[in-house]
Design a protein around this ligand. Structure first.
Ligand code: FES
Length: 157
């Protein structure tokens, strides 16, 4: 796991905030031209199993960690950081949030690196680190701990 200083990444973190980012093999996960604002697309990363299900979404507004010319394409784990509640299908485009979680109602702000805005969770939603190469969107790492793992470096058997 790599610790990166991401000064100025977003006002949500302030200057000089230290974030833990786990790097994984790069994988192309989509194309900017195929995304529609507020219509999430599911993908698996870094592993191909239930616990690594994520969503890629074009928010239509700039976001922390966003790629594309508008900096509005982001990706997040869809497992709630509280107790692993399933967040797939819980995106609310009018507020750019994921939630409320069906278990205990936590809601995460996707414009601010998955910060908790309501509910029981205390940790932000893990954000998939993205890179854009022209129209292509690549996943390159995970910022934050995916629910159910003691380390994002651990691999399922
Ligand atoms: S599991 Fe999501 S709020 Fe508890």
């Amino acid at each position: 796991m790599t610790i990166l200083a991401l000064a100025g990444l977003s006002p949500a973190f302030g200057q000089g905030a230290a974030l833990q980012v786990a790097s994984y093999p790069r994988r192309r996960i989509g194309r900017v031209s195929r995304l529609t604002v507020d219509q999430p697309v599911s993908f698996q990363y870094p592993w191909k199993d239930f616990n690594s299900t994520n969503m890629l979404v074009k928010l239509g507004v700039p976001a922390g960690g966003g790629v594309s010319p508008e900096q509005d394409v982001v990706a997040f784990s869809t497992l709630c950081t509280h107790m692993g509640g399933p967040l797939t299908g819980q995106y609310r485009g009018q507020w750019k949030v994921l939630g409320p979680c069906p278990f205990h109602l936590t809601t995460f702000d996707l414009t601010k690196h998955g910060m908790v805005v309501a509910g029981q969770a205390t940790e932000s939603l893990p954000q998939i680190v993205l890179e854009a190469k022209g129209d292509e969107i690549w996943a390159t790492g995970v910022m934050g701990l995916i629910y159910g793992y003691h380390s994002n470096l651990a691999r399922r058997a």
